[in-house]
Design a protein around this ligand. Structure first.
Ligand SMILES: O=P(O)(O)OC[C@H]1O[C@H](OP(=O)(O)OP(=O)(O)O)[C@H](O)[C@@H]1O
Ligand SMILES: Nc1ncnc2[nH]cnc12
Length: 188
């Protein structure tokens, strides 16, 4: 089950980003080209594990979008994209994001007080992005984060999120990069 996703990770390229071994896979980067059968497996998994009884899907750009938008269409749940661009709209919440290789500011718009939010992203690695988003949604937007669905766990990143926020991130595969730069992938 889901062998296609595992196999595609095991043959994906690894590049260096600021000294950080970065796998390049269509689910996490949109390149190389995505096999729709792989995306369908990820969406099927998301529906099967997710608690999608919510008011809105929150999708960090860029790669939360291809996972979240088909679910929004299918289930009729609105979505908002958490952008790297600032709009200055009333109520916009700006949050610092630190990954293993980059830092930026992300901007949350149109999450309303009391909203039940499901956060969907592609990969959790250092946990920096998810921890910052969950805390901002809870503490600043005053929303309830009902579920966090992220298909790829890079070497146990979800444990950091659990420790920092108490949230159990739902993950489909665990991916790691060996010293030989080979990608190892197993179903969670
Ligand atoms: O657990 P972390 O170390 O925080 O890493 C995970 C984050 O890194 C990637 O986003 P990135 O900021 O590279 O943006 P992109 O989706 O636009 O490539 C990914 O989409 C996650 O949001
Ligand atoms: N594509 C990727 N490869 C490795 N680590 C990551 N952290 C976030 N995205 C990643």
């Amino acid at each position: 089950m889901y062998d296609r996703l595992v196999e595609s990770f095991e043959k994906c390229p690894v590049v260096d980003r600021n000294g950080y071994p970065y796998f390049v896979h269509p689910l996490t980067d949109g390149v190389p080209r995505m096999d729709p059968a792989v995306l369908r497996d990820v969406l099927e998994w998301t529906r099967s594990v997710g608690d999608l009884d919510c008011d809105i899907l929150a999708l960090p750009e860029a790669m939360g979008i291809p996972i979240g938008v088909p679910l929004s269409l299918e289930l009729g749940i609105p979505y908002t994209v958490i952008r790297k661009k600032c709009y200055g709209l009333p109520g916009e919440i700006s949050v610092e994001q630190h990954t293993g290789y980059s830092s930026s500011v992300m901007h949350i718009n149109d999450i309303r007080e009391g909203d039940r939010v499901v956060l969907i992203d592609d990969v959790v690695s250092t946990g920096g992005t998810l921890v910052a988003m969950i805390k901002a949604l809870r503490e600043q937007a005053k929303a309830t984060v009902v579920d966090v669905i992220v298909p790829v766990d890079k070497a146990g990143g979800k444990n950091i999120v659990k420790k920092e926020t108490g949230m159990d991130v739902k993950t489909m595969v665990e991916v790691s990069v060996g010293p030989d730069r080979k990608v190892h992938c197993r179903l969670c």
